[in-house]
Design a protein. Structure first.
Length: 195
């Protein structure tokens, strides 16, 4: 089967690795909205989020060969890179005030790329499934995951911020992740999952 038909992002990454600037532009068009939304959600400001977005696509250009499709999709690779860079910036500006924590359900959905309506539909369905799974978590577990993944807090920092014993925080994060994994496992096993 044709790789482009199976996964347009992987085909684009192969072209980026071969130094095709048009492929990088297409990858940007497909994912910039979602990545910018994630960076804004973590950082709380657009200017810094836009800088992170530029860093992520510069990284994708320079490190395209490091993308490993056996470890996840291109979208996941870009999301992890965005999250990591955003949290690095967030940590660098401590102890300055941080933006107020919002919920996982408030993550903005990026605009779909015009070239891949079907892929955008699958992505939206995957996001809906993930949001529903997160919404089913007990409030304490959801809050611990939000603090860890969107504010970049360590377990000790979460314990201090929420006045909760450290062991309880670790248990909430672990149980929340296990519940998400179990809830989403059927979609992974069926091969119908998104990023």
């Amino acid at each position: 089967m044709n790789l482009r038909r199976l996964d347009p992002d992987r085909a684009l990454m192969a072209r980026v690795e071969a130094r095709d600037a048009d492929a990088l532009a297409a990858l940007y068009d497909r994912h910039a909205g979602r990545l910018l939304g994630l960076a804004q959600r973590i950082l709380g400001e657009t200017g810094e989020a836009e800088e992170v977005l530029q860093e992520v696509f510069l990284f994708a250009w320079r490190a395209a060969a490091s993308f490993d499709p056996t470890r996840g999709s291109v979208a996941t690779w870009l999301l992890i890179s965005t999250r990591s860079r955003s949290i690095d910036r967030l940590r660098a500006r401590r102890p300055a005030s941080r933006p107020e924590v919002r919920s996982l359900e408030e993550l903005p959905e990026g605009p779909p790329g015009l070239q891949d309506v079907e892929g955008a539909t699958v992505d939206r369905e995957w996001e809906r499934l993930c949001r529903n799974a997160v919404g089913e978590l007990p409030e304490e577990q959801r809050r611990a995951l939000e603090l860890a993944y969107f504010e970049g807090l360590t377990h000790q920092e979460i314990a201090a911020k929420t006045a909760t014993p450290l062991g309880t925080v670790k248990t909430r994060v672990r149980l929340g992740l296990m519940k998400l994994r179990d809830r989403l496992r059927p979609y992974f096993e069926s091969g119908s999952h998104g990023p």
